[in-house]
Design a protein around this ligand. Sequence first.
Ligand code: ATP
Length: 268
Amino acid sequence: IRKNGHLEYFHPTAKLDDIGGLDNLKAWLNRRRKAFTQNAKDFGLEYPRGVLLLGLPGTGKSLAAKAVANAWQLPLLRLDMGRIYGGIVGQSEANMRQALQLAEALSPSILWVDEIEKGLSGMQSSGSSDGGTTARVLGSFLTWMQEKEKPVFVVATANNISQLPPELLRKGRVDEIFFVDLPGLNDRQEIIQIHLRNRNRVDEFTEQEIGKLATKSQGFTGAELEEAIKESMFVAFDEGVDLTAEHISGAILNTSPLSKTMHELIDT
Ligand code: ATP
């Protein structure tokens, strides 16, 4: 990983199979893969422009950005929109220009624009008195999205829908918008399986046990499920025994998922 403030360049190892649930997104990405080739261009197809992933933290949006780069065997450039602003006058615009130029120089490539709402909402710096910087950065990004000729596929991720500029949602900017929701029962089962598999533990559990754990973890995000599994492994290791479904179940019971906490805050 090479890091340069707002830019990060890497070849991720996560695969699309490492994402539990998000079936529509995975199928859509698989279909677009073929279109991202010279053959498709010669056939008369345009390169796919990109996708916008909206949803709660910890639901797999970043994982999807990494997995698509790996699945398509393309380099991934991450642009951290929360860090693009600042410095001397004109620096923010230069940062954006640099990111787009680098993505094109690396093309075919994936440009992951992380927390896009942070950079384009027009609400950062000091409210409206940023001298038009946000508008210029937004304008240059949107124009580039519409006019880019090089095969740069944009994966934009955002938690806060209300801060997104409407221009981004207009036709012609991204090909598709996906709302990434809390995982359902089957998705949670898949996510638990994935994280047990990642830790070489999946064969030690029956499907029924995993099903029960999925039932008990309603309201959990993928990240919270992963945390519960990690926590249960600490406990098992501490006890000097093998990991069991009871350990994981205990960790799930001890976790208060963010979704529940938010409901409680709203109710009180
Ligand atoms: P944020 O908006 O906070 O960046 P995010 O939606 O991008 O959140 P991730 O960073 O992808 O969430 O999730 C954190 C970690 O949680 C992932 O690296 C992965 O290990 C696990 N995780 C989250 N969602 C899933 C999922 N659907 N399947 C498998 N693992 C998941």
